[in-house]
Design a protein. Structure first.
Length: 61
């Protein structure tokens, strides 16, 4: 079970970095309509980080 949990966290971090990379690519385009998508991508990445931190903190107690 522990190995599966580590694999899940690695997959979630991979998805988070892909989201952040997409956010940066969208942000540096000169199309203002894509900036809102960039902001949503950053919010999604921050939500994933918050979920992981909350999960790890509650697991240690």
């Amino acid at each position: 079970m522990q190995k599966q949990h580590g694999k899940n966290i690695a997959i979630i971090f991979g998805i988070m970095f892909l989201i952040l990379a997409a956010a940066l690519l969208l942000y540096f385009q000169d199309i203002p309509a894509l900036w809102s998508l960039s902001i949503l991508a950053v919010v999604a990445a921050v939500a994933i980080i918050g979920y992981l931190i909350g999960f790890l903190l509650t697991r240690r107690k």
